[in-house]
Design a binder for this molecule. Sequence first.
Ligand code: PBG
Length: 330
Amino acid sequence: MKKSFPNIRLRRLRNNSPIRNLIRENVLSAHDLIQPIFLIDGKNKTEKIKSMPSIHRMTIDLAIKEIKILQKLGIQGIALFPCIKDKYKDAYGSESYNDDGLMQRAIRSIKKSVKNIAIISDVALDPYTSHGQDGILSPTKKILNDETIEILVKQSLSHARCGVDILAPSDMMDGRIKSIRKALENNKFVDTKILSYSAKYSSNFYGPFRDAVGSVKNLGASKKDTYQMDFSNSKDAIREAEMDISEGADIIMIKPGMPYLDIVSKINSQFNVPIFVYQVSGEYSMIKAASQNKWLNEKRIVLETLMSMKRAGANAIISYYAKDALKWMK
Ligand code: PBG
């Protein structure tokens, strides 16, 4: 280093904003962001989510209004999550493939009223099971892999029939991408895309989401460690990505976001597939709480976190801050 100085002064390229703008490697645009939307039944109604200030569950009619606003801001995609009443939940999550269920009605109505937006639907059983797990249980309470896949396939086909653009299996059962892809092909849904949550960690950052979809009390003290990944590992994430790509996934998701950027970077350097990153509920709530206390500058922090995900290799980011970020970027 001593020898190169003063010929090389790295600060030379930082000393005014035109230069910084010209040499910048990554940009964040409206095309990079996806807004999650929590759905409830009814009309013209919203509900606050205690652990996620400023985020609301909403009925389909209001979701459509919201999506139109998001579209004016330039958004290209939305991710739908249902919060259904307890009376519709059972041990098998059967409501998940009801063609007249909340998700199915939402997909159909949004498709009808909003053109040119990618609808991403969550494929998983946890909003529908009386026990809050993403899989069905054996008598000894083990999560049954292959039996769960049968239900996920039904759920996927039901969303595909409604015209969903992207199915996003977030359940972490082994082999589900293969089965879902095969069912889509057999039923002529050749254009339905699969965004696989490949590297989904068993994370404590999902707490507020479980509150939002109403699975928190059903889940109780049970954990998801037998199917979601151990956060001490990274080789496992590479194998998950490899497996899902070979089974027919079009896009790979990594989740949570910021604490897992090493995984994003690794997967990005090893595979030639698009990568989405999910800035999850706990990440949102941490930033929100600190911002409300004026401990952090919300706008700057959010844009920095989103850029860090782009830098690591994300093509797009699912974030509860998508709408705010779009406004701030204008
Ligand atoms: C459900 C699912 C979860 C999230 C997305 N899909 C929660 C979980 O696995 O318990 C988390 C999203 C977030 O925290 O924002 N299969």
